[in-house]
Structures are given as structure tokens and as C-alpha cells.
Design a protein around this ligand. Structure first.
Ligand code: GUN
Length: 296
């Protein structure tokens, strides 16, 4: 079977279009412009690229973008003061502190200092608890993007067997919660899982989020299953630098019913969902109806 390609690049463009429409409406009807603040500590090159891309896309959908670039030696007290100022700024609806932070800063402490209703990453302990108990929360961007693609492809996910490979707080655990919320039977697999190939072979939906290049071969995939590959791994092959996922795309595409490529699959959805979360946060802050189809 040749799998249908789930085009994350096109889907992300559609989501950004919906966000832009909603932003226009907020401006015209309510005189409100959503604002997203990104805080970057240090000079990690990958983080700088990521933050630049976020800023550009934020402006492209008509929102205000604020960037705080702090040097790598910034103290915890100074960083907490920046977050506090953003928490109290009514023009800022979303706050993102770029991770990883330099080693001397306590990531949990910093993340939990963000006002939960402005935590557009969905990493604050309150949002984790709200998601886990099926209450309205801010949902982490990458799992939200995966859910949107799965819903778009399948309609209802009810009753499907889903396996999430990876148990990170950023992707694996919230992904499992979202799939459970859509009435899937969910297994979270990880590096200690026994008989991983057999566990994956039972799944109608496979979400791979382990960060190990091409670790899921095609013969683990049930015929017709939907494969969402969250991995973005840089490898050397044939003397070339290449981006590959956690799934061996060529062999998995032979068996899957649908599959996301790397690059161009889940990747572009993360920032699109960050913009969606910022609009959602802005609507909630102003007691306005939330955009449809952009939340979990
Ligand atoms: N670093 C890499 N991805 C992310 C993300 O989605 N959010 C934050 N805060 N930091 C990141």
C-alpha cells in the first residue's frame, strides 16, 4: 500500500490563514491586537533560528511580536522579573520562554512563574493538570498540531488504538492525554517497553516522538495505520547532511495508510499552533468566543 502523505506544510499554512482571519476580526470588531512575547536567554544558534521564525510568523498573521533577548549569564531573579512584567502587561496575551535555558536557571521554576492563562506552550503545571483532567487548558503546540492533523484525516478518532512512542513532558505525555480525550485506547511506549515492535503493530495510530533517527522500521507498522512522525534528527548520509524522522519513512510508507514526512510534516505545525494558542489566549482574556477548530 502506498500511503497518503499528510502535508504539514500546507496544513500549517491553512491554520495560519485561520489565525490571521481571527486576528483581523479581533482588530476590526474589538479593537484588540493579540500580542506574543518570546524570551530567549543566551545565544544557542538553533534557538535563535527558532525565535526569529516565530517572530516573523507572528507579525505575518497580524499579531504584535515582542522579543526579550537576555544574555546567557542572566540571573534567575532578573529572568523572573521579565516574566512578571509580561504577566502584568495587558497587551501581552501569550508568553513563551525558549527552552533549553542555561544550566544555572531552574526551568520548572521559570515556566511555573508564567501566568497559566498566558502560557501558550502549555508547560505550566496548572495547564498540565487541566489537560490531564479534561478541563479547558493551554495545550502544548506540537501535540496540538498532531491532533489537528489526525482529526483532519480521520474525522473521529473514537475507539482507535493509538501508540505514542516517547514519554516527554513536551510531546509524549500531552499527546497521550489528547488522544485519550478523543476516546482512543492509548499506550505510551518508551525505551524500556517490552516487545516494542508488537506493541506498535497493534496500533491504528502511531505517534513517534523519541528523537532517535529512523528507529521505527516499516515492518512495525500495521497495514493501513496512520503514522505521525514528530522526530527531527540531523544525520550524515552519503556525505550529505540530512533531516530524518524517528520513523524509517521509505519502508513505513509502504505499509501505512497515511504518514507525515520529515521535513514538511509535524514541524511546521508547531509554530502555527503557537499562533493559534495566542489567539485563543487573547479571546479568553477578553471573554470573547474562541476560534473554532484551533483548540483541542
Ligand atoms: N524549544 C524548542 N521547542 C520549543 C517549544 O516549543 N517551546 C519552548 N518554550 N522552547 C522550545
Amino acid at each position: 500500500m502506498a500511503a497518503t502523505l499528510i502535508d504539514g506544510k500546507a496544513f500549517a499554512a491553512k491554520v495560519r490563514g485561520q489565525v490571521a482571519e481571527h486576528v483581523t476580526r479581533l482588530k476590526e470588531e474589538n479593537g484588540i491586537t493579540p500580542g506574543l512575547a518570546v524570551v530567549l536567554v543566551g545565544e544557542d544558534p538553533a534557538s535563535q533560528v527558532y525565535v526569529r521564525s516565530k517572530g516573523k510568523q507572528t507579525v505575518e498573521v497580524g499579531m504584535n511580536s515582542v522579543e526579550h533577548k537576555l544574555d546567557a549569564e542572566t540571573s534567575e531573579a532578573d529572568l523572573l522579573a521579565v516574566v512578571e512584567q509580561l504577566n502584568n502587561d495587558p497587551a501581552i496575551h501569550g508568553i513563551l520562554v525558549q527552552l533549553p535555558l542555561p544550566g544555572h536557571l531552574d526551568e520548572d521554576l521559570i515556566i511555573n512563574s508564567i501566568a497559566p492563562e498566558k502560557d501558550v506552550d502549555g508547560f505550566h503545571i496548572s495547564n498540565v493538570g487541566l489537560l490531564g483532567t479534561g478541563q479547558k487548558s493551554m495545550v502544548p503546540c506540537t501535540p496540538l498540531g498532531c491532533l489537528m492533523m489526525l482529526r483532519d484525516h480521520h474525522g473521529s478518532l473514537s475507539g482507535m488504538d493509538a501508540v505514542v512512542i516517547g514519554r516527554s513532558n513536551i510531546v509524549g505525555k500531552p499527546m497521550a492525554q489528547l488522544l485519550l480525550g478523543d476516546s482512543c485506547t492509548v499506550t505510551i511506549a518508551h525505551s524500556r517497553t517490552k516487545d516494542l515492535p508488537d506493541v506498535v503493530r497493534r496500533a491504528d495510530i502511531v505517534v513517534a516522538a523519541v528523537g532517535r533517527p529512523e528507529m521505527v522500521p516499516g515492518d512495525w507498522i500495521k497495514e493501513g495505520a496512520t503514522v505521525i512522525d514528530v522526530g527531527i534528527n540531523r544525520i550524515e548520509r552519503d556525505g550529505k547532511n540530512k533531516l530524518v524522522g524517528d520513523v524509517d519513512f521509505a519502508s513505513a510508507a509502504e505499509r501505512a495508510g497515511a504518514i507525515t514526512p520529515v521535513p514538511g510534516g509535524v514541524g511546521p505545525m508547531t509554530i502555527a499552533c503557537l499562533l493559534a494558542n495566542t489567539v485563543t489566549a487573547c479571546c479568553r482574556a477578553n471573554n470573547l468566543p474562541e476560534p473554532e477548530g484551533l483548540t483541542a
